[in-house]
Design a protein around this ligand. Structure first.
Ligand SMILES: Nc1ncnc2c1ncn2[C@@H]1O[C@H](COP(=O)(O)O)[C@@H](O)[C@H]1OP(=O)(O)O
Ligand SMILES: [Mg+2]
Ligand SMILES: [Mg+2]
Ligand SMILES: [Mg+2]
Length: 412
């Protein structure tokens, strides 16, 4: 039996006149307002989280996982709409329109939808979320127009999906963003969200991810990675093209239950596992697409010491963790420049997807990542991920390369 949506529990007010019939601002000229009850949906609702929750004997965190998948798929829908709009217009080349603004509104829209869906689907316990965005800039007078645009975008996405009979006001949007202000930490449950990971990739039309994880008592217990531009089938030739032609992959993992991939529309999940390569000569490695995000002298030296022959495969965002988890590549090296502080939302979902697929994720000293310390991760130098066979030699090469780099005379 479907439960009634628990509206009263939402941490942000939804005044009664905002509930009920949605308004379709952008489509107003072409489509008359219709009752949502018989609104012909352009696409079917994504997943059915509530139908799966709470059944006796279900695996741990089953309801939370279903809710997280639904939230990520809903946010991905908004991101895809905006990315198409960006790529169809010449928004990035217009001097008077900063791409940062576009990036901002899609981040906010994505974060609002994830918060809303989680609150609608998970009704037990209190709600806490550690997320990248806050509402500070959007509360400025100069942001009035953009806030209106975000509000329309969110409401249009909700109406198209059709799962929730809700329209958010501008104030509702601001409050929903601020549900992501939690500091996380070692106790209780906290959702961890990067509403768009790989902003540069998103703006370029490349890879990006919506990354959502759940922390329970300081440990990541589930993760969902939505990658709208990653082929569902394996990237066989490692150039980003694949044998299948279906686009969009949703990776998920629950602690102790393995990792899976399915389409963003909810095809039957398939178990995934990291590759079984044990000879570095046959291994390939992923790193950031953005040159400025990586110390290439170091990653080049690591690859050389290890004996990797293939050139690096450069992909934006946590899509790298997803690709690694299903064996598209063997190694992920993340070595940002000195002084860059890693955030938990940039690794929580990706790391559990890889570890549940049989891989290992550590910092450069071989320490597990500790997600219990608040919004930041305290890592030594960088993050590495690979399978169990390659990890010992990878770690050795990493440590040798770091030592060499620190002993090299610094450029004047
Ligand atoms: N200078 C930087 N060095 C490393 N990573 C960065 C830097 N600036 C932003 N990032 C973040 O790197 C991640 C992108 O990963 P990748 O470099 O692997 O594509 C994102 O979390 C991105 O933030 P954001 O979430 O805003 O995109
Ligand atoms: Mg990020
Ligand atoms: Mg981000
Ligand atoms: Mg950012």
């Amino acid at each position: 039996l479907a439960r009634n949506p628990p509206r009263a529990r939402l941490p942000y007010p939804l005044p009664s006149h905002h509930l009920g019939r949605p308004t379709y601002r952008r489509f107003a000229s072409s489509a008359p307002l219709r009752s949502p009850l018989w609104w012909p949906r352009q696409a079917p609702p994504l997943f059915s989280a509530r139908a799966m929750s709470g059944s006796a004997g279900s695996p741990p965190y089953a309801a939370e996982l279903a809710a997280a998948k639904k939230a990520v798929a809903l946010a991905a829908r908004l991101c895809q709409t905006v990315q198409q709009e960006i790529l169809q217009s010449d928004i990035q080349s217009k001097a008077d329109k900063s791409p940062v603004t576009v990036a901002d509104y899609v981040h906010v829209g994505s974060q609002v939808l994830v918060s809303l869906a989680l609150n609608m689907e998970v009704t037990s316990g209190s709600f806490s979320m550690v997320a990248e965005e806050d509402s500070e800039d959007l509360r400025k007078d100069s942001a009035e127009e953009i806030l209106e645009h975000i509000t329309d975008l969110v409401n249009e996405t909700l109406a198209e999906d059709g799962s929730y009979n809700i329209t958010l006001s501008k104030e509702g949007i601001l409050s929903a963003i601020d549900t992501g202000k939690s500091e996380g930490g070692p106790s209780g449950r906290h959702w961890v969200l990067d509403p768009i990971d790989g902003t540069k990739g998103f703006l370029r039309g490349g890879q990006y991810a919506i990354a959502l994880a759940l922390l329970d008592e300081g440990k990541v217990v589930l993760g969902v990675l939505g990658c709208p531009n990653l082929p569902l089938a394996s990237i066989s030739n490692l150039n980003g093209s694949s044998s299948g032609d279906q686009m969009g992959a949703l990776f998920s993992a629950t602690v102790g239950c393995g990792a899976e991939v399915e389409s963003l529309e909810g095809s039957p999940p398939q178990k995934i596992s990291v590759c079984t390569i044990d000879n570095p000569v046959n291994a390939s490695f992923f790193e950031s697409y953005e040159g400025a995000h990586t110390m290439h002298d170091l990653t080049g030296s690591i690859a050389e010491k290890l004996g990797v022959q293939a050139p690096p495969v450069r992909i934006d965002s946590q899509a790298k963790y997803g690709a690694l988890a299903r064996g598209d590549g063997a190694i992920y090296l993340r070595f940002p420049h000195k002084g860059y502080k890693e955030k938990i939302w940039d690794h929580a979902a990706g790391a559990i997807v890889v570890t549940e697929a049989g891989g290992v994720v550590t910092d450069a000293s071989g320490n597990d990542l500790d997600f219990s310390k608040g919004r930041f991760l305290d890592v030594d130098t960088g993050i590495i991920a690979t399978n169990k066979q390659l990890m010992p030699s990878l770690l050795k090469s990493v440590q040798e390369a770091i030592k060499e780099k620190s002993q090299a005379p610094s450029p004047l």
